[in-house]
Design a protein around this ligand. Sequence first.
Ligand SMILES: NC(=O)c1ccc[n+]([C@@H]2O[C@H](COP(=O)([O-])OP(=O)(O)OC[C@H]3O[C@@H](n4cnc5c(N)ncnc54)[C@H](OP(=O)(O)O)[C@@H]3O)[C@@H](O)[C@H]2O)c1
Length: 370
Amino acid sequence: MTTTGKQLFTTLNADGKLTLEISEESFPEPTGNQVLVKMEAAPINPSDLAILTSAADFETADYSPGKVVATMPEPFLTGQKNRHGQRLPAGNEGAGTVVATGDSDMAKALMGQRVACVPGNAYSQYAIADAMMCLPLGDHSAEAGASSFVNPMTALGFVETARMEGHEAIVHLAAASNLGQMLNKICQEDGIKLVNIVRKQEHVDLLKSQGATCVVNSSDEDYMAQLRAAISETGAFLGFDPIGGGRNTDLVLKAMEQVAASRMTEYSRYGSDQDKKMYIYGRLDLSETILTPSYGLQWCVQGWLLTPFLAKAGMETAVKMRTRVQQNLTTTFASSYKTKVDLEGMLTKDAILDYRQMKTGEKYLVTPWG
Ligand SMILES: NC(=O)c1ccc[n+]([C@@H]2O[C@H](COP(=O)([O-])OP(=O)(O)OC[C@H]3O[C@@H](n4cnc5c(N)ncnc54)[C@H](OP(=O)(O)O)[C@@H]3O)[C@@H](O)[C@H]2O)c1
Protein backbone atom coordinates (compact mmCIF):
# COMPACT_ATOMS: atom_id res chain seq x y z
CA MET A 1 0.00 0.00 0.00
CA THR A 2 1.40 3.42 -0.85
CA THR A 3 0.46 6.63 0.92
CA THR A 4 0.22 9.92 -0.96
CA GLY A 5 0.61 13.45 0.34
CA LYS A 6 2.08 16.87 -0.38
CA GLN A 7 5.79 17.56 -0.11
CA LEU A 8 8.04 20.58 -0.71
CA PHE A 9 11.06 20.39 -3.04
CA THR A 10 13.87 22.84 -3.81
CA THR A 11 15.74 22.78 -7.13
CA LEU A 12 18.62 25.02 -8.22
CA ASN A 13 19.39 24.85 -11.94
CA ALA A 14 22.62 25.87 -13.65
CA ASP A 15 20.79 28.81 -15.29
CA GLY A 16 20.46 30.41 -11.85
CA LYS A 17 16.77 29.63 -11.27
CA LEU A 18 15.89 28.37 -7.79
CA THR A 19 12.46 26.72 -7.72
CA LEU A 20 10.56 25.89 -4.53
CA GLU A 21 7.40 23.90 -5.18
CA ILE A 22 4.86 21.66 -3.52
CA SER A 23 3.96 18.44 -5.31
CA GLU A 24 1.89 15.34 -4.63
CA GLU A 25 4.18 12.42 -3.80
CA SER A 26 3.89 8.71 -3.01
CA PHE A 27 5.48 7.42 0.18
CA PRO A 28 6.51 3.74 0.23
CA GLU A 29 5.63 1.23 2.93
CA PRO A 30 8.33 1.41 5.63
CA THR A 31 10.63 -1.61 5.88
CA GLY A 32 12.98 -2.95 8.57
CA ASN A 33 13.74 -0.21 11.08
CA GLN A 34 11.80 2.48 9.19
CA VAL A 35 8.60 4.18 10.30
CA LEU A 36 6.16 6.27 8.28
CA VAL A 37 5.36 9.49 10.15
CA LYS A 38 2.34 11.67 9.44
CA MET A 39 4.13 15.00 9.92
CA GLU A 40 2.38 17.58 12.08
CA ALA A 41 4.98 20.29 12.76
CA ALA A 42 8.46 21.25 11.53
CA PRO A 43 10.55 24.37 12.30
CA ILE A 44 12.24 26.50 9.66
CA ASN A 45 15.81 26.65 10.94
CA PRO A 46 18.74 28.59 9.44
CA SER A 47 20.23 25.32 8.13
CA ASP A 48 16.97 24.65 6.24
CA LEU A 49 17.15 28.14 4.76
CA ALA A 50 20.58 27.30 3.33
CA ILE A 51 18.85 25.16 0.69
CA LEU A 52 15.43 26.85 0.70
CA THR A 53 16.40 30.46 0.11
CA SER A 54 20.21 30.73 0.32
CA ALA A 55 21.16 34.09 -1.26
CA ALA A 56 18.42 34.07 -3.95
CA ASP A 57 16.45 37.23 -4.74
CA PHE A 58 12.94 36.68 -3.34
CA GLU A 59 11.93 40.36 -3.73
CA THR A 60 11.63 40.01 -7.51
CA ALA A 61 10.81 36.26 -7.61
CA ASP A 62 7.92 34.82 -9.60
CA TYR A 63 5.21 33.67 -7.14
CA SER A 64 2.26 31.37 -7.93
CA PRO A 65 0.21 29.13 -5.57
CA GLY A 66 2.49 26.39 -4.24
CA LYS A 67 5.45 27.51 -6.34
CA VAL A 68 8.10 30.25 -6.41
CA VAL A 69 10.99 30.78 -8.81
CA ALA A 70 13.83 33.10 -7.71
CA THR A 71 17.21 34.00 -9.18
CA MET A 72 20.41 32.96 -7.43
CA PRO A 73 23.27 35.45 -7.82
CA GLU A 74 26.96 34.63 -8.15
CA PRO A 75 29.11 33.50 -6.40
CA PHE A 76 26.34 31.50 -4.68
CA LEU A 77 25.16 29.88 -7.93
CA THR A 78 28.57 28.45 -8.79
CA GLY A 79 29.28 27.78 -5.10
CA GLN A 80 26.34 25.34 -5.06
CA LYS A 81 27.29 23.62 -8.33
CA ASN A 82 27.04 20.17 -6.74
CA ARG A 83 23.27 20.55 -6.32
CA HIS A 84 22.48 21.92 -9.79
CA GLY A 85 19.54 20.10 -11.35
CA GLN A 86 18.76 18.05 -8.23
CA ARG A 87 15.22 18.13 -6.83
CA LEU A 88 15.94 18.16 -3.08
CA PRO A 89 13.55 17.57 -0.18
CA ALA A 90 13.80 20.04 2.73
CA GLY A 91 13.13 20.24 6.46
CA ASN A 92 15.70 18.57 8.69
CA GLU A 93 13.50 17.86 11.68
CA GLY A 94 9.92 17.79 12.90
CA ALA A 95 7.31 15.80 14.77
CA GLY A 96 4.26 13.74 13.93
CA THR A 97 2.49 10.43 14.49
CA VAL A 98 3.77 7.04 13.37
CA VAL A 99 1.14 5.53 11.03
CA ALA A 100 3.04 2.50 9.67
CA THR A 101 6.23 0.66 10.56
CA GLY A 102 8.76 -1.79 9.22
CA ASP A 103 9.02 -5.20 10.81
CA SER A 104 11.83 -4.57 13.33
CA ASP A 105 10.77 -4.65 17.00
CA MET A 106 12.06 -1.11 17.53
CA ALA A 107 9.97 0.22 14.65
CA LYS A 108 6.84 -1.73 15.66
CA ALA A 109 7.03 -0.38 19.23
CA LEU A 110 6.51 3.14 17.84
CA MET A 111 3.24 2.39 16.02
CA GLY A 112 0.62 5.04 16.86
CA GLN A 113 3.04 7.12 18.94
CA ARG A 114 3.77 10.80 18.51
CA VAL A 115 7.50 11.17 17.85
CA ALA A 116 10.13 13.78 17.04
CA CYS A 117 12.23 12.73 14.05
CA VAL A 118 14.97 13.87 11.67
CA PRO A 119 13.78 12.69 8.24
CA GLY A 120 15.36 15.41 6.06
CA ASN A 121 12.03 15.98 4.30
CA ALA A 122 10.00 17.34 7.21
CA TYR A 123 8.21 19.90 4.99
CA SER A 124 5.89 17.15 3.89
CA GLN A 125 2.64 15.53 4.95
CA TYR A 126 4.43 12.19 5.40
CA ALA A 127 8.05 11.21 5.94
CA ILE A 128 10.00 8.00 6.30
CA ALA A 129 12.22 8.10 9.40
CA ASP A 130 14.66 5.76 11.11
CA ALA A 131 13.14 4.36 14.34
CA MET A 132 16.55 4.67 15.98
CA MET A 133 16.44 8.46 15.50
CA CYS A 134 12.82 8.88 16.70
CA LEU A 135 12.13 10.38 20.10
CA PRO A 136 8.76 9.32 21.58
CA LEU A 137 7.00 12.49 22.80
CA GLY A 138 4.52 10.90 25.20
CA ASP A 139 1.86 13.48 26.02
CA HIS A 140 3.79 16.38 24.50
CA SER A 141 2.31 18.05 21.42
CA ALA A 142 3.99 17.91 18.01
CA GLU A 143 4.67 21.64 18.39
CA ALA A 144 6.56 21.04 21.66
CA GLY A 145 8.63 18.28 20.08
CA ALA A 146 9.23 19.69 16.59
CA SER A 147 12.61 21.28 17.42
CA SER A 148 13.88 18.66 19.81
CA PHE A 149 16.89 17.47 17.87
CA VAL A 150 19.00 20.01 15.94
CA ASN A 151 19.35 22.92 18.38
CA PRO A 152 19.16 21.01 21.70
CA MET A 153 21.75 18.44 20.62
CA THR A 154 24.02 21.15 19.20
CA ALA A 155 23.86 23.27 22.36
CA LEU A 156 24.63 20.18 24.46
CA GLY A 157 27.35 19.29 21.95
CA PHE A 158 29.11 22.60 22.60
CA VAL A 159 29.32 21.88 26.32
CA GLU A 160 30.56 18.34 25.61
CA THR A 161 33.14 19.75 23.18
CA ALA A 162 34.34 22.22 25.80
CA ARG A 163 34.70 19.42 28.36
CA MET A 164 36.46 17.13 25.87
CA GLU A 165 38.96 19.93 25.16
CA GLY A 166 39.51 20.85 28.82
CA HIS A 167 37.62 24.17 28.97
CA GLU A 168 35.29 25.43 31.70
CA ALA A 169 34.16 28.59 29.90
CA ILE A 170 32.74 29.38 26.46
CA VAL A 171 32.23 32.47 24.29
CA HIS A 172 29.06 32.35 22.15
CA LEU A 173 28.09 34.73 19.34
CA ALA A 174 24.53 35.55 18.18
CA ALA A 175 23.74 34.30 21.66
CA ALA A 176 20.04 35.23 21.78
CA SER A 177 19.21 32.66 19.06
CA ASN A 178 16.93 29.74 19.86
CA LEU A 179 20.08 27.63 20.29
CA GLY A 180 21.82 30.37 22.29
CA GLN A 181 18.99 30.57 24.80
CA MET A 182 19.27 26.81 25.32
CA LEU A 183 23.05 27.06 25.75
CA ASN A 184 22.55 29.82 28.31
CA LYS A 185 20.32 27.52 30.39
CA ILE A 186 22.57 24.45 30.00
CA CYS A 187 25.66 26.40 31.10
CA GLN A 188 23.85 27.61 34.22
CA GLU A 189 22.74 24.06 35.01
CA ASP A 190 26.23 22.63 34.41
CA GLY A 191 28.34 25.37 36.02
CA ILE A 192 30.04 26.37 32.75
CA LYS A 193 30.88 30.08 32.47
CA LEU A 194 29.38 31.65 29.35
CA VAL A 195 30.21 34.91 27.60
CA ASN A 196 27.12 35.75 25.52
CA ILE A 197 27.62 38.17 22.61
CA VAL A 198 24.55 39.81 21.02
CA ARG A 199 24.08 42.89 18.85
CA LYS A 200 21.01 44.55 20.40
CA GLN A 201 20.31 45.87 23.90
CA GLU A 202 16.93 44.08 23.98
CA HIS A 203 18.82 40.78 23.64
CA VAL A 204 21.17 41.70 26.48
CA ASP A 205 18.02 42.18 28.58
CA LEU A 206 16.44 38.96 27.30
CA LEU A 207 19.42 36.76 28.20
CA LYS A 208 19.83 38.46 31.58
CA SER A 209 16.16 37.82 32.30
CA GLN A 210 16.99 34.14 31.69
CA GLY A 211 19.75 34.16 34.27
CA ALA A 212 22.81 35.07 32.16
CA THR A 213 25.45 36.93 34.13
CA CYS A 214 27.77 37.86 31.28
CA VAL A 215 26.27 39.45 28.14
CA VAL A 216 28.24 41.73 25.81
CA ASN A 217 26.72 43.95 23.11
CA SER A 218 28.81 44.05 19.91
CA SER A 219 27.06 47.29 18.85
CA ASP A 220 28.38 49.20 21.86
CA GLU A 221 31.28 51.57 21.28
CA ASP A 222 33.30 49.90 24.01
CA TYR A 223 32.60 46.37 22.71
CA MET A 224 36.25 45.28 22.74
CA ALA A 225 36.75 46.54 26.30
CA GLN A 226 33.58 44.72 27.43
CA LEU A 227 34.73 41.56 25.67
CA ARG A 228 38.23 41.66 27.19
CA ALA A 229 36.74 42.13 30.66
CA ALA A 230 34.36 39.19 30.14
CA ILE A 231 37.10 36.89 28.83
CA SER A 232 39.43 37.90 31.64
CA GLU A 233 36.75 37.23 34.26
CA THR A 234 35.59 33.88 32.88
CA GLY A 235 38.80 32.51 31.36
CA ALA A 236 36.97 31.69 28.12
CA PHE A 237 39.46 30.87 25.37
CA LEU A 238 37.08 28.67 23.37
CA GLY A 239 34.23 30.14 21.32
CA PHE A 240 31.41 29.21 18.96
CA ASP A 241 30.42 31.52 16.10
CA PRO A 242 27.27 30.90 13.99
CA ILE A 243 27.67 34.18 12.03
CA GLY A 244 30.71 33.13 10.02
CA GLY A 245 31.02 36.18 7.78
CA GLY A 246 32.94 39.34 8.65
CA ARG A 247 35.20 39.91 11.64
CA ASN A 248 33.21 38.32 14.49
CA THR A 249 35.56 35.39 15.08
CA ASP A 250 38.55 37.65 14.42
CA LEU A 251 37.56 40.13 17.13
CA VAL A 252 36.98 37.41 19.72
CA LEU A 253 40.41 35.88 19.02
CA LYS A 254 41.91 39.34 19.24
CA ALA A 255 40.28 40.01 22.63
CA MET A 256 41.42 36.57 23.88
CA GLU A 257 45.00 37.37 22.87
CA GLN A 258 44.88 40.82 24.45
CA VAL A 259 43.79 39.26 27.74
CA ALA A 260 46.49 36.58 27.53
CA ALA A 261 49.18 39.09 26.52
CA SER A 262 48.31 41.39 29.41
CA ARG A 263 49.22 38.54 31.76
CA MET A 264 52.68 37.94 30.23
CA THR A 265 55.65 39.01 32.26
CA GLU A 266 57.94 39.16 29.23
CA TYR A 267 57.27 40.40 25.69
CA SER A 268 57.30 37.86 22.86
CA ARG A 269 57.19 38.71 19.17
CA TYR A 270 55.17 35.49 18.68
CA GLY A 271 52.37 36.57 20.99
CA SER A 272 51.11 34.65 24.01
CA ASP A 273 51.32 30.88 24.38
CA GLN A 274 47.62 30.75 25.39
CA ASP A 275 45.64 28.35 23.15
CA LYS A 276 42.72 30.23 21.56
CA LYS A 277 40.10 28.43 19.52
CA MET A 278 36.96 29.49 17.65
CA TYR A 279 34.52 27.08 16.05
CA ILE A 280 32.47 28.49 13.17
CA TYR A 281 29.22 26.50 13.13
CA GLY A 282 26.88 28.56 10.93
CA ARG A 283 26.64 31.09 8.12
CA LEU A 284 24.17 33.70 9.30
CA ASP A 285 26.33 36.19 7.38
CA LEU A 286 27.20 34.87 3.92
CA SER A 287 30.11 37.27 3.39
CA GLU A 288 33.77 36.26 3.64
CA THR A 289 35.29 35.35 6.99
CA ILE A 290 38.01 37.91 7.77
CA LEU A 291 40.97 37.00 9.95
CA THR A 292 43.67 39.54 10.77
CA PRO A 293 47.21 38.99 12.05
CA SER A 294 46.48 40.18 15.58
CA TYR A 295 46.61 37.16 17.87
CA GLY A 296 50.07 35.70 17.65
CA LEU A 297 50.43 32.14 16.39
CA GLN A 298 48.73 30.05 19.07
CA TRP A 299 45.20 30.00 17.65
CA CYS A 300 42.84 27.81 15.69
CA VAL A 301 39.62 28.31 13.71
CA GLN A 302 37.64 25.18 12.89
CA GLY A 303 34.20 24.18 11.64
CA TRP A 304 31.68 22.43 13.93
CA LEU A 305 28.84 20.23 12.68
CA LEU A 306 26.44 18.16 14.77
CA THR A 307 26.51 14.84 12.86
CA PRO A 308 30.31 14.33 12.87
CA PHE A 309 30.40 15.52 16.48
CA LEU A 310 27.87 12.83 17.50
CA ALA A 311 29.86 10.17 15.64
CA LYS A 312 33.01 11.28 17.48
CA ALA A 313 31.34 11.55 20.89
CA GLY A 314 29.99 7.99 20.63
CA MET A 315 26.67 6.28 21.26
CA GLU A 316 26.77 6.48 25.08
CA THR A 317 27.21 10.27 25.10
CA ALA A 318 24.60 10.73 22.35
CA VAL A 319 22.03 8.67 24.28
CA LYS A 320 22.76 10.65 27.47
CA MET A 321 22.25 13.92 25.59
CA ARG A 322 19.03 12.66 23.97
CA THR A 323 17.63 11.55 27.34
CA ARG A 324 18.38 14.96 28.85
CA VAL A 325 16.51 16.64 25.97
CA GLN A 326 13.51 14.30 26.40
CA GLN A 327 13.35 15.02 30.16
CA ASN A 328 13.57 18.80 29.75
CA LEU A 329 11.67 19.36 26.52
CA THR A 330 9.40 22.11 27.80
CA THR A 331 11.96 23.86 30.02
CA THR A 332 15.67 24.00 29.03
CA PHE A 333 14.97 22.92 25.45
CA ALA A 334 11.67 24.70 24.79
CA SER A 335 11.36 26.50 21.45
CA SER A 336 8.90 29.24 20.57
CA TYR A 337 7.53 30.30 17.20
CA LYS A 338 6.40 33.59 15.73
CA THR A 339 3.71 31.96 13.60
CA LYS A 340 2.54 28.78 11.89
CA VAL A 341 2.21 28.26 8.12
CA ASP A 342 1.09 25.34 5.98
CA LEU A 343 3.15 24.16 2.99
CA GLU A 344 1.56 26.64 0.57
CA GLY A 345 1.85 29.40 3.20
CA MET A 346 5.60 28.78 3.34
CA LEU A 347 5.91 29.83 -0.29
CA THR A 348 4.20 33.23 -0.14
CA LYS A 349 6.28 36.38 -0.57
CA ASP A 350 5.35 37.82 2.82
CA ALA A 351 6.36 34.62 4.61
CA ILE A 352 9.65 34.06 2.78
CA LEU A 353 10.83 37.65 3.18
CA ASP A 354 9.99 37.43 6.85
CA TYR A 355 11.42 34.06 7.92
CA ARG A 356 14.61 34.36 5.87
CA GLN A 357 15.68 37.28 8.12
CA MET A 358 16.31 34.76 10.94
CA LYS A 359 15.49 37.30 13.66
CA THR A 360 15.59 36.48 17.35
CA GLY A 361 12.34 34.86 18.51
CA GLU A 362 10.78 34.94 15.01
CA LYS A 363 11.10 31.33 13.92
CA TYR A 364 8.30 29.85 11.77
CA LEU A 365 6.65 26.48 12.37
CA VAL A 366 5.35 24.55 9.37
CA THR A 367 2.17 22.56 9.94
CA PRO A 368 1.84 20.52 6.73
CA TRP A 369 -1.86 19.74 7.26
CA GLY A 370 -2.79 23.38 7.94
N1 LIG B 1 26.71 23.38 12.86
C1 LIG B 1 25.63 22.76 13.34
O1 LIG B 1 25.63 21.53 13.48
C2 LIG B 1 24.43 23.56 13.70
C3 LIG B 1 23.34 22.95 14.34
C4 LIG B 1 22.26 23.74 14.75
C5 LIG B 1 22.24 25.09 14.48
N2 LIG B 1 23.29 25.64 13.80
C6 LIG B 1 23.34 27.10 13.54
O2 LIG B 1 23.01 27.77 14.73
C7 LIG B 1 22.61 29.09 14.40
C8 LIG B 1 21.43 29.48 15.26
O3 LIG B 1 20.29 28.71 14.89
P1 LIG B 1 18.88 29.03 15.57
O4 LIG B 1 17.85 28.11 15.02
O5 LIG B 1 19.08 29.07 17.03
O6 LIG B 1 18.64 30.53 15.03
P2 LIG B 1 17.43 31.52 15.27
O7 LIG B 1 16.67 31.20 16.50
O8 LIG B 1 16.71 31.64 13.96
O9 LIG B 1 18.18 32.89 15.56
C9 LIG B 1 19.08 33.46 14.66
C10 LIG B 1 19.91 34.46 15.45
O10 LIG B 1 20.96 34.95 14.64
C11 LIG B 1 21.02 36.36 14.71
N3 LIG B 1 21.45 36.79 13.39
C12 LIG B 1 20.82 36.60 12.20
N4 LIG B 1 21.57 37.09 11.19
C13 LIG B 1 22.68 37.62 11.77
C14 LIG B 1 23.84 38.28 11.26
N5 LIG B 1 23.98 38.50 9.95
N6 LIG B 1 24.78 38.69 12.13
C15 LIG B 1 24.63 38.48 13.46
N7 LIG B 1 23.57 37.85 14.01
C16 LIG B 1 22.62 37.43 13.16
C17 LIG B 1 19.64 36.83 15.09
O11 LIG B 1 19.75 38.01 15.84
P3 LIG B 1 19.01 39.37 15.43
O12 LIG B 1 17.61 39.29 15.99
O13 LIG B 1 19.87 40.41 16.06
O14 LIG B 1 19.00 39.42 13.92
C18 LIG B 1 19.12 35.66 15.95
O15 LIG B 1 19.46 35.84 17.31
C19 LIG B 1 22.36 29.07 12.90
O16 LIG B 1 23.45 29.69 12.24
C20 LIG B 1 22.33 27.60 12.55
O17 LIG B 1 22.69 27.33 11.21
C21 LIG B 1 24.37 24.91 13.41
